[in-house]
Design a protein around this ligand. Structure first.
Ligand code: GLC
Length: 437
């Protein structure tokens, strides 16, 4: 009996410790990197690859149902003679963006970096012969911008991506392949290159797991490899699901956290992980010559403010031309947002979502002993806000420090909102409170 109890207790302990061991305990560097990531708030997403040549988005291989042999002709036309890392990174800086996330390879599997794992890469297959990600990484380090690598787990080119997933079409690949080798040798090999040859990297932004939702992606192994190579590197998976062990950021595609207007996001919001929303400056990720549906600078600013009010970063995408230039329409808008951040940045950088729930009128952000009330849509002179736990000592406008009249009671805070100036995108009122956030 005693032995039996001891055996059962032992078994329970073993099971518990196995469970405990499988839990991911982020390193102190990683936790620090998460906080810094949350402070940055605004990033530049860049979709750029050989697909850019066709000016029809990054899904063109799939959408035109090209064969692998046909697509193999494309790198010969990719010659980014105008690519200048300094110009790109300077634009991100001018826009007030603090990080860049660039496609190191997209679903076409084409590595935009010097990879020894396969010659399906920019150095081996294009007349350009150089590694733009190396130039970008060096320039980001020089200018103090964090660099993240987007990496597609989905692959339309490699025969070992087999069995193929939901986006399969007959493109000439054999009907057999070794998925374990694809993950362990090819993908982990390339990730090792990305985390070894480019200096300190902000993290890896994964995409495409949704192509084979039931597959074993060897995530524990890959995630452990990344955290071993660079403990501070954040793992940001765009799988649209509840975060899993080993992941460091929850990202939402085209949606604020918890909203699912795009139709594929989860409504679950992590309470522990930093949050991010990715979005496009026009309607495309990769360069699309037929897409002139640019969002205005004001619209980009509103999305950034709403993301911040939802405690999330905004990762705003541009798709550069195949020659390496950035569409002047993108440039103009990003610079205007940067000008706005030059004046209003205090209410964004380093903040977290504020204590008052977002509403149609706008959102709040908070930092130290300040609550920033971002009034985006409000036509009336008085704005009644939900109650907050801390006492408001004073209220003033952010841009010109003019006092704002207010009353506070158990029912909430009522602000006499300043009249909107014609060119004012966002009226920001700063509430000084007696509590530090
Ligand atoms: C989707 C698209 C992909 C794009 C990504 C960016 O997953 O398939 O092309 O890179 O969104 O969030």
């Amino acid at each position: 009996m005693v032995l039996a109890v001891a055996f059962i207790a032992g078994t329970i302990l073993t099971v518990q410790s196995a469970v405990a061991q499988s839990e991911y305990h982020p390193s102190p560097e990683n936790l620090q990197a998460r906080r810094e990531y949350q402070d940055m708030k605004f990033g530049m997403f860049i979709h750029w690859g050989v697909y850019s040549v066709l000016g029809d988005g990054e899904w063109v291989f799939h959408e035109r149902h090209l064969t692998v042999d046909q697509y193999n002709r494309l790198p010969a036309f990719f010659d980014p003679e105008k690519f200048d890392a300094h110009t790109w990174v300077s634009l991100a800086k001018a826009a007030g963006m603090k990080y860049i996330t660039i496609t190191s390879r997209h679903h076409d599997g084409f590595a935009m970096f010097d990879s020894k794992v396969s010659d399906w890469n920019i150095v081996a297959r294009t007349s350009y012969k150089k590694d733009p990600l190396k130039m970008l990484a060096d320039e980001c380090h020089r200018q103090g911008i964090k660099l993240f690598f987007y990496y597609s787990q989905l692959d339309w080119h490699n025969p070992d991506y087999y069995p193929r997933g939901q986006t399969d079409w007959p493109n000439g690949r054999p009907d057999h392949g070794n998925f374990d080798a694809y993950l362990d040798t090819y993908m982990d090999g390339q990730l090792t290159e990305l985390l070894t040859n480019y200096g300190p990297i902000g993290g890896i932004w994964f995409d495409g797991m949704w192509d084979k939702p039931k597959a074993d992606w060897h995530l524990a192994k890959t995630y452990a490899l990344i955290h071993k190579l660079q403990p501070a590197a954040l793992i940001i998976p765009n799988h649209h699901q509840t975060p899993r062990d080993g992941e460091d950021v929850q990202t939402f595609e085209h949606d604020l956290p918890g909203q699912n207007t795009a139709g594929f996001n989860t409504t679950y919001i992590s309470k522990d992980l930093p949050l991010e929303m990715s979005d496009t400056l026009n309607d495309s990720w990769g360069f699309n010559i037929g897409d002139s549906h640019y969002k205005s600078a004001e619209e980009v600013e509103r999305r950034l403010v709403k993301a911040s009010g939802s405690n999330a970063n905004l990762l705003m995408n541009i798709g550069p031309y195949p020659n390496g230039e950035i569409d002047p329409q993108f440039v103009a808008r990003l610079q205007a947002v940067g000008d706005w951040l030059g004046k209003y940045g205090d209410s964004i950088y380093g903040t977290r979502g504020g204590p008052i729930p977002p509403g149609d009128w706008g959102v709040t952000t908070q930092k130290e002993n300040k609550i920033y009330v971002h009034i985006l849509n409000w036509g009336s002179p008085l704005l009644a806000l939900a109650p907050i736990a801390s006492k408001v000592a004073s209220a003033q406008t952010l841009v010109d420090a003019k006092p704002v009249e207010f009353t506070q009671s158990a029912d909430g805070v009522v602000l006499k909102v300043p009249v909107r100036k014609s060119d004012e995108w966002d009226r920001v009122v700063v509430l000084m409170v007696n509590k530090r956030y």
